[in-house]
Design a protein around this ligand. Structure first.
Ligand code: FES
Length: 140
């Protein structure tokens, strides 16, 4: 299974499978995070791979220049941040307690990507979102 297939699988499955990661980036003690490339993508919430975003508490992963996690928060907002934990690069997940959580070592991030609990010290990159009908734009 390649990386794209992996993320597609996560986008349509229960948000538990990403906890243990055997992808190459997870095997390293430190991960060189990508530079802040400009992001500008639009997804359609009617597309089945993104349909989880129709419900508050739902989230999906979108591989782009960087791996992105998009969540529909319990406050009925769409938020998007880089999906790789800044500690050692594992995938974070959105929890309805309105946090992004990395289960590898327990780091927590607010919905704007700020660290709220270590061991991570650097924030996730936050992206802007704009919903127009069923089209959700995520951009830098
Ligand atoms: S990799 Fe996320 S807390 Fe360590």
């Amino acid at each position: 299974m390649n990386r794209k297939e992996f993320f597609e699988m996560l986008g349509v499955s229960i948000p538990i499978a990403f906890v243990t990661c055997n992808m190459e980036a997870c095997k390293h003690d430190s991960v060189a995070l990508p530079a802040s490339d400009l992001i500008d993508l639009t997804i359609d919430l009617n597309d089945t791979q993104y349909s989880k975003l129709k419900n508050q508490g739902g989230f999906v992963f979108v591989p782009d220049k960087v791996d992105i996690i998009i969540a529909h928060t319990i406050k009925d907002e769409y938020v998007a941040v880089s999906a790789r934990c800044t500690h050692q690069g594992s995938l974070v997940a959105y929890y309805p307690s309105d946090i992004f959580f990395c289960s590898r070592h327990g780091a927590k991030f607010s919905t704007n990507g700020a660290v709220t609990q270590g061991p991570a010290v650097n924030p996730l990159t936050q992206y802007k979102t704009h919903l127009s009908g069923t089209k959700l734009r995520v951009f830098s």
